[in-house]
Design a protein around this ligand. Structure first.
Ligand code: ATP
Ligand code: ATP
Length: 216
């Protein structure tokens, strides 16, 4: 992996967590926040930490971000500050800006400004939790598009004792298995001849309606 230089603007819960995580992966991380106390607290965990109001054009330019590979805007509650910061970054031609949005409208505005990736951390976690709590046998759930998801399920009964090759999973259910989880091990891609047991979990990708047939 090539190490990257990444700036994280807004060191709330999410910003601090991602900044520390990236730094622990040995990337060069600059943490930025308007609040000096917060900057001081995060400083030991990142490469550099700076106090700045990134809605101030002069201040954000003074951060000299032009050499950075990625800038993450993790300002949350203050939507205006999030939008202004994101807009200034795209005006400065930053090549890869990732911004956190609280709702769909903010996400739409960020996209219009040219933000490269909009993330909805709270929404994503809530959605995954809601799905895994309410769908029986679903351990994990990742929506890949409006209609396609990747899920991890308890081994469906009809597959126990057989293998994928003999399963008709593709023809009959229109689903593809992408992994078999057995204890700590994850077999990816799955061997079509592995005999599946009731204790295994299956990672499957497919249309939501086809997945429903298997999990509801
Ligand atoms: P989380 O849930 O991740 O904690 P949050 O929604 O609580 O996010 P906020 O506290 O609103 O996030 O913002 C995150 C950080 O952004 C705060 O530490 C805040 O000081 C900082 N911040 C707010 N405005 C600016 C700004 N103009 N420039 C730089 N940092 C800012
Ligand atoms: P293709 O024509 O797509 O190459 P195939 O029938 O030659 O498919 P095989 O890998 O030999 O493919 O698998 C035979 C059958 O076993 C598939 O049609 C499918 O029903 C099932 N199968 C094998 N692997 C998987 C998998 N990972 N997920 C779902 N079904 C699978």
């Amino acid at each position: 992996m090539k190490y990257k230089t990444i700036a994280v603007i807004g060191l709330g819960q999410f910003g601090t967590t991602i900044a520390k995580m990236l730094a622990s992966m040995n990337h060069e991380v600059l943490g930025v926040d308007i609040n000096p106390e917060i900057v001081q607290k995060v400083s030991p965990y990142v490469t550099h930490a700076i106090v700045a109001d990134t809605t101030d054009e002069e201040a954000i330019k003074a951060l000299a971000l032009s050499q950075f590979d990625i800038v993450i805007v993790a300002i949350g509650d203050n939507i205006q500050a999030n939008l202004m910061t994101s807009m200034l970054l795209k005006e400065m031609n930053m090549p890869h800006v990732v911004s956190k949005a609280e709702n769909a409208l903010q996400g739409k505005m960020l996209k219009k400004m040219g933000v490269d990736m909009v993330i909805y951390p709270e929404y994503d976690v809530a959605q995954r939790l809601a799905q895994s709590l309410t769908r029986e046998h679903v351990m994990d759930y990742l929506q890949l598009s409006k209609s396609i998801s990747l899920i991890e399920v308890d081994m469906p009964k009809f597959l126990v004792g057989t293998c994928l090759k003999d399963s008709n999973l593709r023809e009959k259910y229109n689903l593809n298995a992408v992994g078999i989880r057995r204890g700590e091990d994850l077999e990816v891609p799955p061997n079509p001849f592995t005999i599946l047991s009731a204790e295994d979990k299956l990672l499957i990708i497919g249309n939501n309606s086809d997945l429903d047939a298997l999990t509801v």
